[in-house]
Design a binder for this molecule. Structure first.
Ligand SMILES: Cc1ncc(COP(=O)(O)O)c(C=O)c1O
Length: 481
């Protein structure tokens, strides 16, 4: 017999602690120095290749050397989406308790696919889903599942709606959404087999909210044409402007027309915990399904999305495979245990991590009041940005502060729209070169507009004012170039 060797991958307690300490130090330094670090930094593909390309290694390298590579060449070369002056896209302000939660998730590596493998984790996930249901005002017997993010939640929602309402693919079925709906809905529909002409893009009103008359007309026209209207996807806080579609009237219409109402609140639905959010989102509780991403406005690390469904059986009907297709090697899993707690039968994934842990941990640790306070900062900062822009007098507000987003354009009556377009794009570039804050543009009604989404709970009022001062300075420069 060959003498026993050390099993692969084994580290001593001291080695594990040393590695863990160093990794934790990197993370703590990230949190402590975030405000003073550059908001965004990019390298060229050629530089990235030069810095990082290696052969597939046959032999190992000390982890400390790899940490050095990561801290020098990888972590700094990107956006800090959790920086207090990152105002673009949907920022991802993080919280340290949830970061530790992620460590526990991967360190313990529970298989959260079914009850037998992780009954405690499944219970925590069900509790977290119950909390989120309660927040949006869903009935106690509603259901849900934690997923990777909004794209997967939206895809799962339309897949579930199709299964329940149409019994599978149907060439005549039509889904309605607005011209402001997130592209993940179009992507999800395409993946599950909808053709482009089965998605009707409905016009928006002056506030970029889905137009009820336009929707009603489209439904009427489709019915007259022999098509089958079956689902409306509404926005609860668009990514572009924070617009919330008329959720109450949409719920009335969907009830009248027997349509499934899915609300994409990936970004905005979490704001329901605040007074301002609750008012803006009235009617969300009447949806058939809701997407809510804790990795957006609930301050969680990526990847944590959630799909909530009113009907408790919907997810199982959509995602549970027929008995004939059920894997033989999972027979013992379902033999004694009711399948309502086996999450692999409620969504796409079989193997899934204990994603709910970080949200549970941070909600228990901080309490909902702390999250409410954090979201309220975002509302306040967007309001402050709008006030500052108006007081400055050189800007046109394109859409006012709503759900933590404000959009605006340089205003110079001597310039054409096309010239203001060019100033807007140039201002984005100059602001990126400046490095103080990350501000990007979006396209609204065919024209670029600057967009601020200042939802980091540590953003300070003077940082908003300074950002707007610099935007003004850069726009003046851009106007003269
Ligand atoms: C409104 C909305 N829906 C869906 C998504 C897609 O979510 P994810 O990026 O988590 O897949 C986003 C992303 O920003 C969003 O803002």
């Amino acid at each position: 017999m060959t003498p026993p060797t050390k099993p692969p991958f084994q580290l001593t307690r001291e080695e594990m602690r040393a590695l863990g300490d160093r990794a934790l130090e990197i993370v703590i330094a990230h949190f402590e120095t975030n405000r003073d670090a550059p908001v965004a930094h990019q390298i060229t593909r050629a530089d990235a290749e030069r810095l990082l390309r290696t052969e597939l290694p046959e032999q190992g390298t000390p982890v400390n050397e790899l940490f050095d590579i990561l801290t020098r060449d990888v972590f700094p070369n990107g956006f800090r989406t959790d920086h207090p002056r990152f105002y673009s896209f949907v920022p991802s302000p993080n919280n340290f308790v949830s970061v530790v939660g992620d460590l526990l998730t991967s360190g313990t590596n529970l298989f959260a696919g079914h009850w037998m493998a992780a009954s405690g984790a499944a219970q925590i996930e069900m509790i977290v889903i119950d909390w989120l249901k309660e927040l949006v005002g869903f009935p106690a017997n509603a259901a849900g599942i934690m997923v990777s993010g909004g794209s997967m939640a939206n895809l799962s929602a339309v897949a579930a709606a199709r299964e329940v309402r149409l019994g599978g693919a149907n060439d005549k079925a039509i889904v309605y959404c607005s011209d402001q709906t997130h592209s993940s809905v179009a992507k999800g529909l395409r993946i599950i087999g909808f053709r482009p002409e089965q998605r009707r893009t409905v016009a928006t009103d002056d506030s970029l909210r889905l137009s009820m008359p336009a929707l009603e007309a489209a439904i009427k026209e489709d019915r007259a044409g022999g098509r089958l209207p079956f689902c409306v996807v509404a926005n609860a806080g668009t990514t572009n402007t924070g617009a919330v579609d008329p959720l109450g009237p949409l719920a009335d219409l969907c009830a009248r027309e027997s349509l499934w109402l899915h609300v994409d609140g990936a970004y905005g639905a979490a704001a329901v915990i605040t007074d301002r959010g609750r008012t803006a989102l009235t009617g969300i509780e009447r949806a058939d399904s809701v997407t809510l991403d804790p990795h957006k406005w609930l301050f969680q690390p990526f990847e944590l999305g959630c799909l909530l469904v009113r009907d408790p059986d919907v997810l199982r009907r959509a995602f549970r495979v027929d008995d004939a297709d059920h894997p033989d090697y999972l027979a013992d899993v379902t033999r004694h245990i009711q399948d309502d707690v086996n999450f692999y039968e409620h969504g796409v994934q079989l193997t899934r991590s204990f994603k709910a842990l970080k949200l549970w941990l941070s909600l228990r640790a901080y309490g909902l009041a702390e999250f409410r306070r954090a979201i309220d900062v975002g509302f306040d900062m967007a309001d402050l940005a709008e006030q500052t822009l108006r007081a400055d007098g050189r800007w046109t507000i394109v859409t006012p502060s709503q759900m933590g987003v404000v959009t605006f354009r340089w205003n110079d009556s001597a310039k054409s729209d096309a010239e203001i377009d060019a100033i807007t794009s140039r201002t984005v570039d100059l602001m990126r070169e400046d490095g103080y804050a990350l501000v990007m543009s979006t396209i609204l009604r065919g024209r670029p507009a600057l967009r601020l989404c200042p939802i980091h709970p540590a953003t300070l009022a003077h940082e908003i004012r300074e950002t707007i001062t610099r935007l003004g300075r850069h726009s003046v420069t851009a106007a003269t170039q």
